[in-house]
Design a protein around this ligand. Structure first.
Ligand code: ATP
Length: 302
């Protein structure tokens, strides 16, 4: 169990985190979602015991991050957003280097390296220098470096930024395997769909404030009232009067307290007017829409 209690952090005049509070159950996968600059990396570094000066505390399995950093570091594998590899060395030698940093040596270290290479799918390439690796392979090796001491908790800071879909899928497979092995995972991303797919609980963060935190089901119960989605070449805003509408994609979202009844009414109306909708369906909000409801801003520019 991880307990984050009233954590705040400022860099000079920049308030990066304000009174963050939440808990993460053992063996669960917690997703932290927010736009660039929201405070995700800062929070990840505090959880991993890397940032020294902050207010509040984080308790990891009885150990205080503020007071017992070394004990916490043994429990945690932290994968930073930036690649942290020695590119002129082979994959195996990079793992050797990191293993020694964790205090591992000899046969035990070699066994752990074999195990990790298999987990990250790089056994065949272990003797190649990292310079010859693709971006996705480097990312996987970066993950492997944090798994050598077999941590109970794995913290991943935006591990899929800037990589191709295939590499992204292999990172997802590594995460699924870690989950199956019972690891606790903390995963940050500004890709909502990744977090929706991987995580049991989700925290939405913006401007250093944790806006919401809960299971996807709970968030849906609270914010997930469905609306209607209508599109079609001949369907214009005037045909949807007096309902509240918002343009979305090639059509409109129609908000109403009783979407099913509205769907029936619109069907009748379209038939009378001789209009042919291409789509007329219930639209359940995604995490992206919930974030927009809470902040009035989109997570990403594109
Ligand atoms: N070392 C630092 N010195 C000064 N300001 C910092 C430092 N690190 C982060 N910040 C600021 O703190 C705020 C939160 O940054 P942080 O990197 O934690 O956000 P993030 O959600 O991880 O964003 P990104 O996805 O871009 O990495 C930002 O305003 C950032 O500019």
């Amino acid at each position: 169990m991880i307990e984050v209690a009233q954590v705040s952090k400022s860099y000079g005049k920049i308030q990066a985190l304000t009174n963050i509070e939440f808990t993460i159950d053992k063996g669960s996968c917690f997703g932290l979602v927010g736009p660039n600059g929201a405070g995700k990396s800062t929070l990840m570094k505090i959880l991993a015991g890397i940032l020294r000066h902050f207010e509040g505390d984080v308790v990891v399995d009885r150990f205080s991050v503020a007071k017992e950093k070394q004990a916490v570091k043994q429990l945690i594998g932290y994968i930073p957003q930036e690649l942290c590899l020695e590119e002129t060395l082979t994959a195996r030698d990079n793992l050797l280097l990191f293993g020694r940093l964790y205090g591992l040596s000899g046969k035990n270290l070699n066994n752990r390296i074999d195990n990790v290479l298999e987990k990250i799918g790089l056994t065949e390439r272990s003797k190649d220098t990292v310079l010859d690796f693709s971006g996705g392979m480097k990312r996987r090796l970066n993950i492997g470096c944090a798994l050598l001491h077999d941590p109970a908790i794995v913290i991943m800071d935006e591990p899929t930024v800037g990589i191709d879909p295939q590499s992204r899928n292999s990172i997802f497979s590594i995460i699924e395997q870690l989950k199956a092995d019972g690891s606790t995972i903390i995963y940050s991303s500004h890709y909502m769909e990744e977090v929706e797919q991987l995580c049991d609980r989700i925290g939405l963060i913006d401007k250093g404030v944790l806006l919401e935190n809960g299971t996807m089901n709970r968030l849906m119960e609270k914010y997930g009232t469905p609306s209607l989605y209508v599109s079609g070449d001949t369907i214009e805003a005037e045909h949807l009067h007096p309902y509240q509408i918002a343009p979305k994609g090639e059509g409109y979202l129609v908000s109403d307290a009783e979407p099913l009844a509205t769907l029936e009414k619109l069907l009748v109306r379209f038939r009378e007017l001789g209009l042919q909708p291409r789509r007329l369906e219930l639209y359940y909000p995604k995490l992206e829409d919930i974030f927009f409801q809470l902040t009035g801003t989109k997570l990403r520019d594109n």
